[in-house]
Design a protein around this ligand. Structure first.
Ligand code: GLU
Length: 426
């Protein structure tokens, strides 16, 4: 038996998330006891599980679930399939979920999971067995009122269907359907919500619309680049295009494309559905990564992995607005550079919170056996994400700090208040 690739997380990601937390905690003089509790995850689960490959051999996979905090509600957060998944990366992402859920006012805590695997190298059958075996290995560490996974990088609605089905098969027949909400991000057939697939992109569009009104910079005619063309990147690009913006650059794990006249996104999406990558697409010119980041544009949307915009990339970026579709894509040094230049950075915990917000709607609908229509989902999402943005803007002004720190402050103040009211057991 062998495990998949042993590559570790991008260095310093956990340290970066911790440093941002400390900065905000210092600014508001967060209570020492709360500070201590929030500085570490509550539970850290590592599982090693064997899976049969299509050729009859067995492989041992490593999976993680980190439950960072549940003072505000059940643990909540995605499951990532990627060869660079590590315990430190999952810890960082779990903490980000705690801040995100608190910031946008959800009655949910923060968690994250991952399996170290390159999903592109596995057949659908192998991915199904990996998912079922992982769900089984996590066992009662997850649950509809305890810890609710969702998709993340490398996982999707199909992954969630397998996960839910495995979990539901482990509970009694009579109560099976009460457990549908054990995961979110499901297909509509499996009990998912309208609008969950596009939720991160929709939330990003809602935020850009407010920013556009405030700054007087119109979306129609604005040029943008997007890194990553998965669920987050492709939906964000399509929705921005629908609002009149022009996509001049796209990149993914295989390469980058540019077209100053606009990349035909619908055709690109069809191409990606067949080829699994944007590489080789005919409707734009292939460019290298440096050229991609240097493209003349107004908005830049990193929607792939962490640590993608470093100082070198930041020095090249021409955008006036950076919207973090991904978690942790901008390094602190790069962010400083951008802020000095007057670039607005909409930070991950706010920018991509549309995903978990609509996950919350899905969970609520499952609990109440309801089905909301798309207009209702979109309207509720817009209200919640815009309120969080306005709140963060007000806090940023009050503390004379940047928007990211302000988002952390809003999140921490809510968590601190919960601890203050409840006290610490015993
Ligand atoms: N994985 C997404 C995130 O990072 C969504 C999590 C969820 O819906 O629970 O926010």
């Amino acid at each position: 038996m062998s495990t998949q690739s042993n590559r570790t997380a991008p260095s310093g990601f956990l340290a970066m998330v911790e440093e941002r937390y400390r900065r905000a905690a210092d600014l508001i003089h967060l209570r020492d006891d709360v500070r201590l509790i929030l500085s570490q995850p509550k539970n850290v689960i590592e599982v090693n599980f064997p899976v049969r490959m299509d050729d009859g051999s067995y492989r041992l996979f490593q999976g993680y679930r980190v439950q960072h905090n549940n003072i505000l509600g059940p643990y909540k957060g995605g499951i990532r399939y990627h060869p660079a998944v590590s315990m430190d990366e999952v810890k960082a992402l779990a903490a980000l979920m705690t801040w995100k859920c608190s910031l946008v006012g959800l009655p949910l805590g923060g968690a994250k999971g991952g399996v170290r695997i390159e999903p592109r190298r596995h057949s659908t059958d192998e991915l199904m067995r990996v998912t079922r075996r992982f769900a089984h290995a996590l066992g009662s560490n997850i649950g509809v009122d305890y810890d609710i996974p969702a998709p993340d990088l490398g996982t999707d609605a199909q992954t969630m269907a397998w996960f839910m089905d495995t979990y539901m098969n482990s509970v009694g027949y009579a109560t099976r359907n009460l457990h549908r909400g054990v995961v979110t991000g499901k297909s509509l057939t499996c009990g998912g919500s309208q609008g969950r697939d596009k939720a991160v992109g929709q939330g990003i569009l809602d935020l850009i619309e407010v920013w556009s009104r405030e700054s007087g910079f119109p979306i129609a005619g604005a040029r943008f680049i997007v890194q990553g063309f998965g669920q987050v990147g492709s939906w964000t690009a399509l929705l921005l295009e629908r609002a009149g913006a022009i996509c001049v650059g796209v990149s993914d794990y295989r390469g980058s494309l540019a077209n100053p006249a606009g990349i035909p996104l619908r055709r690109l999406r069809e191409y990606v559905a067949i080829h699994g990558t944007i590489a080789g697409f005919g409707g734009a010119e292939a460019v290298d990564s440096e050229t991609f980041w240097s493209l003349e544009c107004d908005f830049a949307i990193p929607a792939a992995l962490e640590n993608q915009i470093d100082e070198r990339v930041a020095a090249r970026l021409t955008a006036r607005l950076v919207v973090e579709g991904a978690n942790g894509p901008t390094t602190p040094a790069a962010e400083r550079l951008l802020l000095e230049r007057g670039v607005t950075v909409l930070p991950d915990v706010l920018a991509n919170s549309g995903g978990v917000i609509v996950s919350y709607f899905e969970w609520t609908q499952n609990k109440n056996n309801e089905q909301w229509d798309l207009e209702e989902v979109d309207a509720r999402l817009a209200r919640r994400i815009v309120r969080a943005y306005e709140n963060a803007r007000e806090v940023a002004a009050r503390y004379e700090t940047d928007l990211r720190t302000a988002c952390y402050i809003v999140a921490l103040e809510r968590l601190e208040a919960a601890y203050a009211e409840r006290g610490i057991f015993p």
